[in-house]
Design a protein around this ligand. Structure first.
Ligand code: APR
Length: 263
């Protein structure tokens, strides 16, 4: 493992454009379950119930959706960034990060200190709610208060359209700007680091493939196997927090040594 940590750190120090791509595995150490691990979200809920066409189908399915979404939000709203989030934010401060492409909806990158213009939320965010008819935006907590007050499937104050957390459900259109920028930055990267994703959900899981095809080095840090392991230059099967903390420490040591050698 240490050899891998040193090599990843060396690549980070020498790279020009680094993209970090993350999934739910980045946030499990913050107390938010991932989706496909034992005890994950899809162990508890049927993913079919999360399809966009179901949400649009009926008031009953919207009520069911909001019940599930409320339980998921409870696990996220007070969560704190862990060492892996903090390491990614520190890479930005060290000038060693082009952007974070995230599949996560928990907003923890911002709590960790990443700049909003460096984070591409491919699957939207659970931190606010949008009207699907007029696009009006609401703070999540305000809508959760309505739900707690008995409103099982809230509607827009302006147009009475259905409200939905601003997350991208299966079968829902991907956010255009974020998706286009994610492809462009993945293609332009020379080091692509995946942290905590099974890489089975598309088009997000295309990004490491696009980066590798364009010549980037591909590093995967994930507790279990992923669908892109065969493409990887380095795989570290470990916990994201301790692994990224060790990588960051090594990056700083290398930068110091370089600083001294340049001193
Ligand atoms: N450190 C490293 N890896 C971890 C950790 C951890 N602490 N905890 C979990 N993992 C790994 C798991 O082994 C798993 O392979 O993270 C991966 C998480 O994979 P998924 O649960 O499939 O989550 P993700 O890849 O983000 O899912 C993609 O699917 O359900 C949809 O929209 C949802 O954005 C999500 C998308």
């Amino acid at each position: 493992m240490n050899d891998h940590i040193e090599k990843i750190a060396e690549w980070i120090v020498r790279s020009r454009s680094i993209v970090v791509f993350v999934g739910a595995g980045l946030s499990t150490e913050s107390g938010i379950p991932d989706f496909r691990s034992p005890g994950g979200v899809w162990d508890k809920y049927d993913p079919e119930d999360f399809y966009f066409h179901n949400f649009m189908a009926s008031e009953t399915s919207r009520e069911k959706y909001w019940q599930m979404a409320t339980e998921m939000y409870e696990s996220m709203k007070d969560a704190k960034p862990n060492d892996a989030h903090l390491a990614v934010a520190e890479l930005e401060r060290l000038g060693k990060l082009d952007c974070v492409i995230t599949q996560n909806i928990d907003g923890l990158h911002f709590k960790a200190g990443n700049s909003p213009d460096r984070v591409l939320e491919l699957h939207g965010t659970a931190m606010h709610v949008t009207c699907l008819s007029c696009g009006r935006r609401y703070p999540r907590d305000a809508i959760q208060l309505r739900i707690a007050g008995g409103d099982k499937a809230p509607r827009c104050d302006s147009c009475k359209g259905p409200l939905k957390p601003a997350t991208i459900s299966f079968g829902q259109a991907m956010p255009e700007r974020e998706t286009a920028e994610a492809y462009a930055r993945s293609t332009a990267s020379d080091l692509f680091i995946v942290i905590g994703s099974s890489l089975v959900v598309h088009p997000a899981a295309q990004m490491p493939v696009v980066a590798k095809r364009a010549g980037a080095r591909l590093v995967i840090i994930n507790r279990d196997e992923t669908a892109c392991d065969e493409l990887a230059d380095i795989i570290v099967n470990g916990q994201a927090g301790p692994v990224m903390a060790a990588v960051l420490e090594e990056v700083k040591r290398c930068l110091d040594t370089r600083g001294q050698s340049k001193g």
